[in-house]
Ligand binder design. Structure first.
Ligand code: UD1
Ligand code: MG
Length: 450
């Protein structure tokens, strides 16, 4: 059965107290809406539509970065969840299959839960709703059940006291046959306490047409929606604790798990050791057996097997470390390939560069990659030895097995196997030091007399 997704993300999120639309706030380094998209993407949907409204321009841009194929529907005025879904209708001409509606501000719904909803659909129910037993049902919509049959959903504002006593609540996630869903939405009215078009009303409307509906349930934590900064912080804590548990489960050693921060897409191989206080931004992959030492910060980086990074290292986007490479303290690597076994151990910036196998980069080396207007590439050959405090003014190439003298400013290519010195020649004046000290002391005394 073909599946489609509609993700609702038009609301403003007033309680975030923000200039930015709620769904652009980040969780695990990715915008909130991307988490809902990722759960849905696990079902390999044939089409995905994001319904946007508040901050539409910015949300559309971010959405296309996450998924260039995504359909964007704009809901100019937020007239309710059924109205929001109706805005996506244009993307479903000729589509046959189920549609799952998710909320962009609800990041933790698991793909397995959505699969359970699909299974309930396959068992013949026209509409399947994801419910949860709420610890505090507060203002959630209530699921009115009759055995396994879901009779209708009543919003808190419209509910009787008896209905308000129900603790089985609506998460908002709905799965239905696509054309049935749009037909039912056409029949939804806004004659209710909020004057809104409620998507959950399609349950009662389906039953009135002789169709059946049911609920699948999941733990409340999975349906957690984010409405405030405090809830965002709590969700981040939840996200991190899940990511840490998953890493440990997958054979990663975390010396102090609570001090390590992951992104939504961090990939770490078996027998990697991550020391305390390490931060993984988006786009990091660490291969088997590497070690990430304390206080390192990595984003958009790939670390090969057995490499050692840190302590206090920074890997920025495009950092590619081959197996056994060694990046030490106070070293920054950006958009650079570090060959197998190469060492960049201390106080160095390597950006827009290629470093060959087993090369050794001395302390304080800088690839001067930027002239204020453009960036240029530095090429360092295999087994090259870059002396401490070398400035490599790009574009420049240092050949295989070549050396640069400490303190050199290298502006011209260095052929393989050569030594390049780019510094003033040393001058030695015997016996001059004591005379200079005397002179300086006199100068100081004379100033004291003035
Ligand atoms: C909704 C459900 C309620 C459920 C609760 C779970 C309805 C009428 N009620 O209530 O049964 O228990 O979620 O959290 O559906 N949105 C739009 N356009 C709109 C309105 C909403 O895109 O016109 C989006 C919001 O951005 C949000 C989601 O839909 O992501 C839910 O909207 P919200 O206003 O939070 O609905 P609730 O009142 O919480
Ligand atoms: Mg809500």
């Amino acid at each position: 059965m073909a599946t489609a997704l509609i993700v609702l993300a038009a609301g403003q999120g007033t309680r975030m107290n923000s200039d930015f639309p709620k769904v652009l706030h980040e969780l695990g380094g990715a915008p909130l809406f991307a988490h809902a998209l990722a759960s849905g993407a696990a079902l390999a949907p044939e089409r995905t539509v994001l319904v946007i409204g508040h901050g539409a321009g910015a949300v559309e841009k971010a959405a296309l970065e996450v998924d260039p194929e995504i359909g964007i529907a704009v809901q100019e005025e937020q007239l309710g969840t059924a109205h929001a879904v109706a805005q996506a209708k244009g993307f479903f001409d000729g589509f046959e299959g189920d549609t799952i509606v998710l909320y962009g501000d609800t990041p933790f719904v698991r793909p397995e839960t959505l699969e359970a909803m699909q299974a309930a659909r396959a068992a013949g129910h026209a509409v399947v709703v994801l419910g949860f037993e709420a610890a505090d049902p507060a203002r959630y919509g209530r699921l009115v059940m009759d055995g396994q049959q879901l009779m209708r959903i009543v919003e808190y504002k419209d509910a009787s006291d008896e209905e308000r006593a129900i603790t089985l609540c609506n998460s908002g996630v709905i799965c239905a046959d696509t054309s049935v869903m749009f037909d039912l939405i056409d029949a939804v009215s806004n004659e209710n306490a909020s004057g809104e078009y409620y998507l959950p009303d399609i349950v009662g409307l389906a039953r009135a047409r002789g169709l059946t509906a049911t609920a699948v349930t999941c733990p409340e934590a999975e349906t957690l929606g984010i409405n405030s900064r405090a809830e965002l912080a709590a969700a981040e804590a939840e996200f991190q604790s899940r990511a840490r548990a998953a890493a440990l489960e997958n054979g990663v050693t975390l010396t102090a798990p609570d001090t390590v921060f992951f992104a939504h897409d961090t990939v770490i191989g078996r027998d990697v050791v991550v020391e305390p206080n390490v931060v993984f931004g988006p786009g990091v992959t660490i291969e088997t057996g590497a070690r990430i030492r304390a206080f390192s910060h990595l984003e958009g980086a790939h670390v090969g097997g057995g490499a050692i990074v840190g302590p206090y290292a920074r890997l920025r986007p495009g950092a590619e470390l081959d197996g056994g490479a060694r990046i030490g303290n106070f070293v920054e690597i950006k958009n650079a390939q570090i060959g197998p076994g190469a060492k960049v151990n201390h106080l160095t910036y390597i950006g827009d560069a290629t470093v060959g196998e087993d090369a050794n980069i001395g302390a304080g080396t800088v690839t001067c990659n930027y002239n204020g207007v453009e960036k240029f590439h530095t090429e360092i050959g295999a087994r090259a030895f870059i002396g401490s405090d070398t400035m490599l003014v790009a574009p420049v190439t240092v050949g295989d097995g070549a050396m640069t003298g400490s303190g050199s400013v290298i502006t011209k290519d260095v052929p393989a196997d050569s030594l390049a010195l780019g510094r003033a020649e040393q001058v030695v004046k015997i016996g001059v030091a004591s005379r200079l000290f005397e002179l300086y002391k006199k100068n100081k005394e004379n100033r004291g007399k003035e």
